[in-house]
Design a protein around this ligand. Structure first.
Ligand code: SF4
Length: 384
């Protein structure tokens, strides 16, 4: 059995006004102590029967800004993961990087530490859009970072893009796509800007100082991205993700396929399938870095909440997560995992969604239609 490991690094140089991740602006951070806590937490989890005999298939350093850390710190974490659990020889090991925080020596250091995939938050190549988004880098820094990553030996490279930024047009989004493709990443994630409660942009929106783009404009941009990237060789394999064939993010596929993952670090979430029943268990850590550190130093763990997932909830999560994938999922595989046919859980809802043209069922596969893609949230609500 294998599982995925998520490692959360919670600090950033500055807080972007749209960001609702567990990230904290800082000029300095207790890197050694935090790495020690991550390793201690992993050690405590390795003793848990949920992971007994399992090895790590993918690792993802997310944040926050993991590229703020020294490559030696990343190397220490990976060495501990290999020691405590076992790391598959072909493990996919991704590190999120802010283009404003890396240069060639640093990227070469990450590569030497064992990282084999890098994910840059490019977001846009328009200087004014980047300023509006509060990014600490300009387009030239992103280009330089990507070139440096290629020179450092990273042939697996994702670029994150944000579209539907107030003031943007479809033509602006197309220019960003041109700029992305010119850098030849093997993977592109393109998300529309959302205004999440608790962010600076949400407050500005409430005060009437920022207005989100009309939903028709947002839909037109999403349609343009969905049309354009496949023509450039990036197949859409998830609602917001595109890749050269065979270069999909294996780590993120773990989430979308509702498989087990262990999250370590401040605010990290974990999910362990119960292999003896169709459900599982989810738990999450203390969010604030200082409290996380104190908890691990005292107890070895920083878990502050947990829930048992019963078969009905697990079945709903399996469906709406897998429906995010363009290929959908196998109905037979569902039956195998949940010991009952899908109709016994969602019969009436499925019939209605298929009748409304939002889901398609052909032979063994259930997937979103093109119309379902645009109304995905309302489809998913049926299974929550
Ligand atoms: S760099 Fe990323 S994680 Fe940090 S505040 Fe900006 S969007 Fe959030």
């Amino acid at each position: 059995m294998t599982f995925s490991l998520y490692v959360h690094i919670p600090w950033c140089r500055a807080k972007c006004p749209y960001c609702d991740f567990n990230s904290h602006a800082a000029a300095a951070w207790p890197e050694d102590a935090y790495v020690g806590a991550l390793i201690a937490e992993m050690g405590a989890r390795a003793a848990n029967p949920a992971w007994a005999g399992a090895t790590i298939a993918t690792v993802f350093f997310g944040g926050g800004t993991p590229s703020l850390f020294d490559p030696r710190s990343i190397g220490r974490i990976l060495a501990a993961a290999a020691r405590q659990f076992g790391l598959d020889a072909d493990a996919e090991i991704t590190l999120e990087a802010n283009p404003g925080t890396v240069d060639l020596p640093k990227l070469a250091g990450f590569r030497a530490a064992g990282v084999n995939r890098v994910s840059f938050g490019a977001q846009s190549f328009d200087p004014a859009t980047l300023r509006f988004l509060g990014r600490i880098h300009g387009p030239e820094e992103t280009r330089a970072a990507v070139h440096a990553a290629h020179r450092a030996g990273f042939d697996r490279l994702n670029l994150d893009l944000i579209f539907a930024v107030p003031g943007q047009s479809v033509a602006d989004v197309m220019r960003d796509l041109d700029a992305v493709c010119a850098l030849e990443p093997d993977h592109v994630s393109a998300y529309n800007l959302t205004f999440e409660e608790g962010t600076a942009f949400f407050t500005e929106m409430r005060r009437g100082r920022i207005r989100p783009l009309p939903s028709d404009d947002q839909a037109a941009m999403y349609a343009a991205v969905r049309e354009e990237l496949p023509q450039r060789g990036y197949a859409m394999y998830e609602i917001s993700n595109y890749a050269n064939p065979g270069h999909e993010s294996r780590h993120n596929l773990t989430y979308w396929r509702a498989e087990s993952y262990l999250g370590i670090g401040a605010g990290a979430h974990s999910f362990a399938r119960d292999l003896a029943s169709p459900g599982g268990r989810r738990w999450w850590n203390e969010r604030m870095p200082a409290k996380y550190l104190a908890a691990v130093q005292t107890n070895g763990l920083a878990e502050v909440g947990a829930e048992t997932i019963d078969a009905r909830v697990a079945a709903g999560e399996f469906v709406f997560l897998n429906l995010r994938l363009r290929a959908g999922f196998s109905i037979d595989q569902f039956k195998h995992r949940f010991n009952r046919p899908i109709e016994e859980f969602f019969g009436a809802g499925l019939d209605r969604l298929i009748g409304d043209g939002l889901l398609s069922r052909d032979d063994d596969r259930l997937r979103l239609t093109d119309r379902g893609l645009e109304l995905a949230d309302s489809v998913f609500a049926e299974f929550v």
